[in-house]
Design a protein around this ligand. Structure first.
Ligand SMILES: [Zn+2]
Length: 94
């Protein structure tokens, strides 16, 4: 499946296996548990994926093995209170 992201940008998806589909769905719902929002709009029965086009988009059995975008990974880290080297006051490494 080829999905149009915007303009002339395309992302090639391979169909997910059953295990990947379940993992995508469970991960998406866990993302909600930690405060992530859906990355799609549903209007009049038409679903449109929106930024960041990651695992928080609408689910489809045509999806590949989806992941969280870096933005959503940072939100998950913040929700969990995880910050690399956060115990060192002047350490700027991440
Ligand atoms: Zn959702």
């Amino acid at each position: 499946m080829i999905r149009v992201l915007s303009g002339n940008t395309y992302l090639l998806h391979k169909s997910a296996t059953f295990a990947q589909f379940v993992a995508n769905t469970v991960s998406h719902e866990i993302g909600h548990t930690f405060g992530l929002l859906d990355a799609y709009l549903s209007t009049g029965g038409i679903v449109t994926d929106t930024s960041p086009y990651d695992i928080m988009q609408s689910g489809s059995n045509a999806d590949g093995d989806l992941t969280f975008s870096s933005r959503n990974q940072n939100l998950l880290r913040a929700a969990l209170g995880i910050h690399a080297n956060g115990d060192r006051a002047n350490d700027t490494r991440t």
